[in-house]
Design a protein around this ligand. Sequence first.
Ligand code: 5RP
Length: 223
Amino acid sequence: MTQDELKTLVGQAALLYVTPGEVVGVGTGSTVNKFIDALASMKAQIPGAVSSSEASTARLRALGIPVLDTREVAELSVYIDGADEIDSRGFMVKGGGAALTREKIVAAMSKKFVCIADESKMVSSLGAFPLPVEVIPMAAVRLIRQFQRMGGQAGVRLKDGQPLVTDNGQHILDVTGLRITDPLAFESEVNQWPGVVTVGVFAHQKADVCLLGTPNGVKTLTF
Ligand code: 5RP
């Protein structure tokens, strides 16, 4: 099975976690796009979705699924999103699609985080995927030095030769060379560096369930 087919498989499997009558939290990325496409079959049964990016909002609306503002919804029962890496405890690295800040906000509003991923995303320890960190542009140079002191190499993510600008008007640093052995402590530490908007380690907002796409079908992991 191709990676794309595995993504389709888990995107469809995630429908089981959508409760009729309830708003669903929707993440961002190519795997979530498969979920959004599948969700269209349930659109008459749900009031709508809370979205984590302009890209997901556009896809949801194009399929006729209403997108609600976070201020209209106090709590979500479930949030469905992908990951760049997930470990055996449900800790993740996210932000490959630059949507990490809104993803973390919607995850924090949700009682259950269901991660959908193909099996290539499962790792024994986080850090091989370049860690995305959303930053205030004026802090970028100082933060690059701070990651260097930690043993990492950080660079500003570019798009068409210019710094990529997130949905929140900020920049992304991608950091390589880190081994994140204590994700909870790492997230807490980097979060309090001045100029950091969001670090792409999701340990405090970890997954509760992972639907992992494998050639033998969907494997359900609970954490
Ligand atoms: C976007 C994310 C995505 O969930 C992550 O990058 C995985 O994306 P994909 O499903 O395309 O592999 O965090 O900011």
